[in-house]
Design a protein around this ligand. Structure first.
Ligand code: SF4
Length: 447
């Protein structure tokens, strides 16, 4: 009988990337995926500690599994990811039917822990140091043309709202030769687009040394080196910290034709007072200057951002500063968040938490402003012909979804294979997507 696994992923791209590895390890051990918990021998929750109520949701999910586990004691339940790293022993205390708690640095040992759980009962590994980068593990990818490539784990910053330094540890960069070897191998298998992944990608290499050059290869060097890999046609990266977006990175982006004209540039707040309380090292005017420098060096670059409203102590005047900054920055897209305390962060301990109703009302104003700007930015695309890369059928199955180099979603009527490059003329614009007509389809790349 086939052994099956069910994998549920919560949170960010880093977790999606890790889930590809969890799936890869289980596939290598002979498991096949299923969507039905009742027929799974292994159920994995790859958790996120950032989303609101993450722990309640996890315990809710674990509670639903309990009767299944009682009926089928050989079923193995695994909790992985950031909550596993943060809450460790607490998880098995609250849900003793969990077999394996595996932290963010320990993924390579998943199969060993499952075998040990068979022999000895519940297991936990929440070590604090990454020895094997998740990217070095086998992967099972949902799409053939795109891949995440992890270049660093952890973060050396200490933003007061963020749990990442606690659960992912200090930054550790992957050796550049390993990154390049993976990118070449992916290109050989037909991957045409890669996203370089790290908590703070643009400090890549600062913790590495290269004796022969007396200088560590830095993020700009990495971009240039990946740009030289045959077969790769699009390079993306996420997420950079504005403070570390140095001129050499801008120059490398501008010079490397495969690096897409899109940058995620997290603002978080437009109020200097709030930025200070968040321990973000830049101030509003500096941020806007950097943005200007990026836009003049890379014509047509699209910019997305993250903005949090309702941070502890935020006043109406602070919010006005944020709204004004958003208006001046004219982001193409913004991921907007209502602040709510995350256990384990410094901000959660701060006095002056803003009442949820006030946070919601401020959030609505921010969203209304950004929706208008996103629509205006989209309308600028109307009538243009742009290169798109097909991702597949859209969620409702009514059109084909593709993406521009600037990370805009374009829906086209024509049925095209995922991974196909085409040119589309933009016929109408919406805040978060465009409608296009295909004017030319490129030949599939021979692998
Ligand atoms: S830079 Fe990003 S990952 Fe690092 S602490 Fe700040 S928000 Fe968290």
């Amino acid at each position: 009988m086939e052994r099956r696994y069910l994998l549920r992923t919560f949170g960010c791209q880093m977790n999606e990337h890790d889930s590809e590895r969890i799936a890869g390890l289980l596939t290598a051990d002979g498991y096949v995926p299923t969507d039905e918990a009742a027929e799974a021998q292994v159920v994995v929750f790859n958790t996120c500690a950032i989303r609101e109520n993450a722990d309640n949701r996890l315990y809710g999910n674990l509670g639903h599994l309990r009767p299944l586990k009682e009926r089928n004691p050989s079923m193995r339940i695994v909790v992985a990811g950031c909550l596993a790293q943060k809450d460790a022993g607490l998880i098995q205390e609250r849900a003793p039917w969990v077999d394996v708690v595996i932290g963010t640095h320990a993924l390579a040992g998943l199969l060993d822990l499952l075998h040990l759980a068979d022999a000895e009962g519940p297991q936990m590994d929440v070590r604090e140091y990454t020895e094997v980068f998740p990217s070095a593990l086998p992967a099972r990818r949902e799409v053939a043309h795109h891949a995440w490539v992890s270049i660093s784990v952890g973060c050396d910053n200490a933003c007061t709202f963020c749990i990442v330094p606690l659960v992912r540890g200090p930054q550790r960069s992957r050796p550049i030769v390993d990154v390049l070897a993976e990118v070449r191998e992916l290109a050989g298998r037909g991957v045409v687009e890669i996203t370089l992944l790290g908590q703070n990608v643009n400090t890549f290499g600062r913790d590495l040394t290269a004796p022969e050059t007396a200088r560590a290869p830095l993020f700009a060097d990495l971009l240039r080196a990946v740009n030289d890999v045959d077969g790769i046609r699009r390079i993306r990266f996420t997420s950079p910290h504005p403070h570390d977006f140095t001129p050499d990175v801008i120059e490398a982006m501008a010079e490397s034709e495969k690096v897409c004209e899109h940058i995620h540039f997290p603002l978080q707040s437009g109020s200097d007072r709030v930025l200070r309380a968040m321990r973000r090292s830049y101030r509003r005017e500096r941020y806007l200057e950097w943005l200007e420098a990026i836009r003049s060096a890379i014509p047509g670059v699209a910019v997305s951002t993250d903005v949090i409203v309702g941070f502890p102590g935020e006043t109406e005047a602070d919010l006005q500063d944020t709204l004004e900054t958003v208006e001046r920055a004219r982001f193409d897209q913004a991921y907007t968040f209502q602040y709510s305390p995350r256990p384990g962060t410094r901000a959660a301990q701060m006095p002056d938490q803003v009442a949820p109703a006030v946070v919601r009302e401020r959030f609505d104003r921010l969203v209304a402003l950004q929706e208008r700007i996103s629509l205006e930015r989209s309308l600028e695309q109307a009538g243009r012909t742009v290169e798109v890369l097909v991702e597949g059928a859209d969620r409702k199955g009514r059109s084909t979804q593709a993406r521009t180099r600037t990370n805009r979603i374009v829906h086209v009527a024509q049925d095209l294979e995922p991974g196909t490059f085409a040119h589309a003329r933009i016929v109408s614009a919406h805040p978060h997507h465009l409608m296009g007509e295909v004017v030319a389809v490129a030949e599939p790349v021979a692998v």
